[in-house]
Design a protein around this ligand. Structure first.
Ligand code: ASN
Length: 266
């Protein structure tokens, strides 16, 4: 009986040691996800989030099943130039912001406008493109100016500068805002008549109209024109941001960035 008790005790001790070892292991795994743990830049695979329906910056190429676009090409060119290993997750704009803020992502590249307000929570690379926002309607909507939006609803995309612009003028022009998660669902809302107009970045809606045949028209000149940048959470991933900026400077100097923009008609 004593022997059996001793044996059970030994088994119990082994089990608890094994459990402890398991704990510390999983602790380490969790640490090495997005914020890097002790990995050096050379062996770390960075997690980069992006939008998923924001052509020509990032969109699904149905034929290949891959996400393509300006941001995808810039990321690849910068990574090649600086030897950065990365994985892209095309999850949407608001989701990308959330992932960077929570530490699930190391950075995002998503046609993201560099604004003073965002600089309070993100550190940005140098700009690689400039754009501003326009008002977009159906050609036969009878809406020809901001004044015509009175009493109507306007579609905006969650967490974007288009939404910020809408919020800044909605009281003056007397319209309400409906929010959508994606640029595609926002356009759909205007096409279906759920909302009379939407607010989008000029080059993005320009591409949708010209290259995808989306039957919408632009009725205003771009406003709040600012640069697009690669972003990390403020105070985090300084090493990655520095590598990105070095690579960006190189692809600006050697003509690669101009080539990428030209490939998408920008
Ligand atoms: N240009 C948009 C913004 O910065 C980004 C987007 O919709 N992907 O808010």
């Amino acid at each position: 009986m004593k022997k059996l008790f001793a044996l059970i005790l030994v088994i119990a001790m082994i089990a608890s040691v094994a459990a402890l070892a398991g704990c510390s292991n999983s602790g380490q795994t969790a640490e090495t996800t997005a914020d890097g743990g002790n990995d050096t830049a050379a062996d770390k695979t960075y997690i980069i989030y992006s939008d998923n329906a924001y052509a020509p910056f990032e969109y699904l190429d149905e034929a290949s099943g891959n996400y393509v676009g300006v941001d995808m090409d810039i990321m690849a060119a910068v990574a090649e130039d600086q030897g950065i290993k990365y994985e892209i997750h095309n999850e949407g704009f608001d989701a990308s912001m959330g992932a960077v803020q929570s530490g699930q992502a190391d950075a995002m590249i998503a046609g993201m406008t560099i604004t003073d307000e965002r600089k309070e929570t993100y550190d940005f690379s140098e700009a690689y493109f400039d754009d501003g926002q326009v008002i977009v309607t159906k050609p036969d909507s009878g809406i020809a100016s901001l004044e015509d939006l009175k009493g109507k609803t306007v579609a905006c995309k969650t967490s974007t500068v288009g939404g910020e612009y809408g919020e800044s003028i909605k009281d003056q022009y007397g319209f309400e805002i409906h929010y959508y998660e994606g640029s595609d669902t926002m356009y759909q809302a205007v096409l279906s008549g759920a909302d009379v107009a939407c607010i989008e970045d000029y080059s993005v809606i320009g591409w949708a109209i010209q290259s995808e045949g989306v039957a919408l028209s632009i009725i205003t000149e771009p406003v709040n024109v600012k640069g697009y940048g690669f972003a990390v959470k403020k105070g985090e991933n300084a090493e990655l941001l520095e590598l990105f900026d070095k690579g960006l400077a190189n692809i600006k100097a050697n003509g690669k960035l101009a080539e990428i923009l030209a490939k998408y008609g920008l």
